[in-house]
Write a protein that binds this ligand. Structure first.
Ligand code: G
Ligand code: G
Ligand code: MN
Ligand code: NA
Length: 255
């Protein structure tokens, strides 16, 4: 497969980019975090979304070296932003279930990178999925614990679309729940979706977790979420994912 061969060369040829999307404190409006989103700048096909190449990356095992690049690049970037602009800034990094479970993903390697950059664990958040925390494998729990012990925060992405139980959220000491954007989409008109969001926020707060609403696109969705006590928001209302240069301008503020 052509794309496969290109993908195996992409890292060496510096074709990967990280985009950053702001995550905003919904009560204060402050921008305290960003989610790092991988893009592949293909010389012929242009910008390719991870949805279109991560399946190949996972099947071939390339996901490990790509994921290492993502983590190290995000860490390098957050170190710079913390030094120059916001001292407690955090960047979250997506980790797919196959990637997290691979024996070659070693938390100690990633933690060593943070240490080399002089970064505390709390400067990064790892975004995992419900599917992963439902996986009973001991190695999953051990790896999560290694990250947690080092202060790295853990978020459960796309929450509400899977089948995770409260038991698992408690067991793994999750910091953030990200409400899937399918529930946020029709918040203004759909009372069921509103009930789901309310229930997730209440449950998360009772368990000591913070909630991020994904896919916030309208002021009305934002207002409803603020009323529900949602902690953080992410979506086109605040900003699309930006290049690191554009994101830096945003942090630097008006000149
Ligand atoms: O940014 P976009 O909507 O195109 O992202 C599509 C999907 O790819 C999302 O589900 C997102 O979580 C995932 N994704 C984005 N960046 C990364 C990454 O660096 N690693 C992994 N494993 N998934 C990513
Ligand atoms: O699965 P995950 O939550 O990691 O996917 C994040 C992706 O969601 C990002 O890559 C981004 O492109 C997309 N996204 C971010 N904000 C919005 C939004 O407001 N609306 C829509 N439709 N997609 C969004
Ligand atoms: Mn995510
Ligand atoms: Na998500």
């Amino acid at each position: 497969h052509m794309l496969m061969r290109d993908l195996s060369n992409a890292r060496g040829q510096r074709q990967f980019r990280l985009y950053y999307q702001p995550i905003v404190d919904m009560q204060s409006g402050r921008m305290l975090k960003a989610e790092a989103l991988l893009r592949w700048l293909h010389p012929e096909h242009g910008l390719i979304s991870p949805d279109d190449f991560l399946p190949f990356a996972e099947d071939s095992g390339l996901i490990i070296s790509i994921g290492d690049w993502v983590f190290n690049e995000a860490a390098r970037q957050v170190a710079q932003w913390r030094t120059l602009y916001v001292s407690d800034f955090r960047v979250s990094v997506n980790v797919s279930p196959a990637q997290f479970q691979a024996p070659s993903l070693r938390p100690t390697d990633w933690l060593a990178s943070l240490q080399r950059l002089g970064l505390p664990g709390e400067s990064v958040v790892i975004e995992i999925t419900e599917k992963l925390i439902m996986n009973a494998a001991a190695s999953v729990g051990e790896k999560l614990l290694q990250f947690r012990d080092a202060g790295v925060r853990v978020a459960v992405d796309d929450f509400g679309t899977g089948y995770s139980s409260l038991t698992y959220l408690k067991k793994f000491d999750i910091d953030y729940i990200k409400i899937d954007r399918s529930f946020v989409n029709n918040l203004a008109t759909n009372l069921d979706d509103r009930a789901v969001c309310e229930a997730i926020i209440m449950m998360a707060h009772k368990l000591g977790m913070k909630v991020v609403a994904e896919g916030v696109e309208t002021a009305e969705q934002c207002k409803l979420l603020v009323e529900m006590g949602c902690d953080l928001g992410q979506g086109y209302l605040f900003s699309r994912p930006l290049t690191s240069e554009r994101f830096t301008e945003l942090l630097r503020g008006p000149l």
